[in-house]
Design a protein around this ligand. Sequence first.
Ligand code: LCS
Length: 396
Amino acid sequence: MKEKTFRSPYTKVIHAGQHPDPLFGGVSVPIFQSSTFAFQSAEQGAARFAGQDDGYIYTRIGNPTTKALEDCVAALEGGCGGLATASGMAAITTVCLSYLNQGDHIIGTAAVYGPTRTVLEKEFSRFGIEADFVDTSGLSNITACLKRSTKMLFIETPANPTLILTDIRACSRLCKEKGLLLVVDNTFSSPVVQRPLELGADIVIHSLTKFLNGHSDVVGGMIIPKEKSDFDRLRKILTLMGGTMDPHQAWLVLRGVKTLALRMDKCQKNALEVASFLSTHPKVIWVNYPGLESHPQYALAKEQMDGFGSMICFGPKGGLESGRRVINSVKLCTRAVSLGGVETLIEHPASMTHAGVPKPEREKAGITDDLVRISVGCEGEEDLIADLDQALAQIP
Ligand code: LCS
């Protein structure tokens, strides 16, 4: 395949999986807005169902527009294929439904996206699946809660919203030794910044809603396994359970992904400027950004990431009240959850994205009440800094 020879992410985002339309030569992949695909004969239909002809059957099972996006993201992550899902949460639940059985145990990063934790702790538990969420930045925390029934290690690095890192290579070694599946939520980095499959992970998942789409206008997800056997298992469960992506949604993400590498350049440059500004501001007590030398895992960030992403969290002087004041005082940054769009977003995890996680567990995971999260976008850095400066000036 021609895309296998592309080396640069700048090329992959534009060309991998994407070919001019064979009918008219349209350069942009067409939206195949069709729920079903005609067979030339009864025999051809039967051959497609039997897996002897790889033509399309029905959009829940596969669609050419969605396939273009799947091939593009798989090329970026270095996986054997991609499976587009209706949302990032659908990607997570599909992976869990594909591998976890009654009586199984899963270990996850304590500071994951709130609903990831909630769905495992409160909903999968109804089916007899047990979950433990620990600080996966320390390998001994993982080994301490290993059980005979442990099947999967689910890590998020950098973690949402604490920006704590987990050593993917070390986790991969542990998982191989213990026979566990290593799943990495790579949403906070995007494949331009971090490629977990190259570091030994088995499966990568994304919320495409974030950096990959990049324009805060689509919800979507993707599962990218390393091995064909995992791809087949996941594809079977996804198409049976029905959490697949719609072709129009896929086309929009494909449109957004073309500028992923360019956007990452700008938002990461902005994030370093904003984090440096915050770290010397008298009204700021602490800042967590993997690109600051003060980040406790700066060395690991340099080793396992190609950049530092554009997510920052910080604690203002005066705690929760000051955080609220900053969020209420911004004029350019938008008060909103989500992340990875071209516009800078600011939110308060303890009362918003992670409010569903009980306070004691939240605090244990480092999601303190004073934590303010920023997703740095692609605006001019001088405007972002001026906005945050005037907002911080509102703190008494
Ligand atoms: N994984 C991570 C790391 C996320 O941050 C999110 C959403 C998801 C998975 C779920 O993806 P979705 O189903 O929304 O496409 N994170 C959000 C956040 O931090 N604020 O709003 C959504």
